[in-house]
Design a protein around this ligand. Structure first.
Ligand code: CAA
Length: 394
């Protein structure tokens, strides 16, 4: 019998500032319904100057690193497309801030929004050889497109940290994965830019065709169909994109099985509760969606199969599945309350306050610089001295 491996615990973090999208729409002279109905987004988290992918990652991971699990973490994989150094893995700062054991390996992975899913797949293989260990996967990103661009309402920032182990209490990962890679230029960020370059409409078409191709590969390998899955979670650049992804899967299924009736309980609505308020978390986004589904779906999902789709522009897509263990019910309410509190306690900014934070930049010449203190608790990015990034816990 194959060993069961999967996600044992999962914690989200997002900074303490948000921008209601109706305020952005008003400032840009756009009908708010374009953002709220057309894109399906209500708010987006805004990164203050004293946070970055490292502080967000440490804040997310600190909630799941208990004394019982700490010594068994032998591998940390940090997934991001907002890297802060060309050489050093961001996970080393997190490892230091959380005082994790020195007998540990740490790497950073990059492929747009996909790399945390690759980390999960690699962790699964690794743990099949090291059954007593745990792998910490962290996905942390700041999604930036630029003021007054079509991508502006689809920004956001967040981290998701999860432990992968032989005691999956949230999702047991199944072995079959369907994938698709292709060199396309739908979205990328050259080293000299702090905002992404994106061909927005093309990226949405690329997302959907990569979903179809990944699904076909998965369906062929697993011999499963649409109805073998109780719920679906998608990468969420904005909520409407996940809804369109689901419509595409429904369409593929109805073309293959014309007599099938649509089961609306499978729609991704509960997986979007958090993303509608956080915005795009790039690598973290699929795992924000998973947490949202497990914590907000009113039905008992015990022993149900979830289908998950990860998309990273450029592009790589992967469709995989997992079974929700019964133990998930023990964590459901506690995790939901923590994440609801994180999201609802953010301070709503005016559009001009958001623009000020957006335009604040860290000097790139390594000169000494201390960030303004805006983050009142947890880990924060303190500044730069002698080209070295400094962090502190407040
Ligand atoms: N009321 C209701 N709906 C309205 C409306 C109104 N007043 N005005 C417009 N809409 C609807 C439109 O009909 C449209 O809906 P459909 O797509 O269903 O037709 C929707 O609102 C958006 O309108 P537009 O297409 O005109 O919007 P846009 O061209 O200004 O920008 C976007 C949309 C291209 C997605 C842009 O926000 C963007 O470039 N975002 C960044 C790229 C992105 O997120 N791509 C997703 C795939 S890539 C990926 O997933 C990786 C990643 O994380 C980046």
């Amino acid at each position: 019998m194959p060993l069961s491996i999967g996600i044992e615990s999962l914690s989200l973090y997002t900074p303490r500032f948000s921008l209601p999208l109706h305020s952005l729409a008003e400032a840009r002279g756009i009908d708010p319904n374009k953002y709220i109905i057309g894109l399906g987004q209500e708010e987006m988290s805004v990164m203050p100057p004293d946070e970055d992918i490292v502080s967000m990652a440490a804040n997310a991971a600190s909630k799941i690193i208990t004394p019982e699990v700490k010594d068994s973490i032998k591998l940390i994989m940090f997934a991001t497309e907002s890297g802060v150094d060309q050489s050093k893995a961001a996970g080393l700062w997190v490892h230091h801030l959380l005082d994790l054991p020195k007998k540990c390996r740490i790497i950073e992975l990059k492929q747009a929004c996909y790399s945390a899913t690759c980390a999960l797949t690699l962790a699964r293989s690794y743990l099949s050889l090291h059954p007593d260990e745990r792998v910490l996967v962290i996905a942390s990103d700041n999604a930036r497109y630029g003021l007054n661009t079509p991508g502006e309402p689809t920004q956001g920032c967040a981290a998701a940290a999860f432990l992968v182990s032989h005691t999956p209490r949230l999702l047991e990962i199944e072995p079959e994965q369907g994938y698709h890679s292709e060199h396309i230029m739908d979205f990328w960020r050259p080293n000299y830019l702090s905002e992404a370059i994106v061909d927005g409409k093309y990226s949405t078409r690329a997302y959907l065709s990569t979903l179809a191709s990944s699904w076909d590969d998965y369906a062929m390998k697993s011999k499963r169909g649409f109805h073998d899955h109780s719920r679906f979670c998608y990468h969420v650049p904005f909520s409407k994109m996940a809804e369109k992804a689901h419509e595409r899967l429904v369409k593929i299924n109805s073309e293959q099985n014309p007599s099938d009736t649509l089961d609306i309980s499978k729609s991704p609505s509960h997986s979007l509760t958090y993303s509608k308020k956080i915005g795009n978390g790039y690598t973290a986004s699929l795992y924000i969606s998973l947490a949202s589904l497990l914590e907000n779906d009113p039905h008992d999902l015990s022993l149900q199969r979830l289908g998950l789709f990860s998309y990273g522009s450029g592009c790589v897509g992967e469709f995989f599945s997992g079974i929700v263990p019964k133990e998930y019910t023990l964590l459901k309410d506690k995790n939901r309350l923590a994440h609801e509190d994180l999201i609802s306690s953010r301070k709503a900014l005016s559009c001009s306050e958001y623009e000020q934070l957006f335009s604040h930049s860290t000097p790139t010449n390594g000169s000494e610089y201390m960030t303004p203190v805006l983050t009142e608790q947890g880990f924060r990015f303190k500044g730069v001295k002698n080209h070295e990034r400094l962090y502190e816990h407040v």
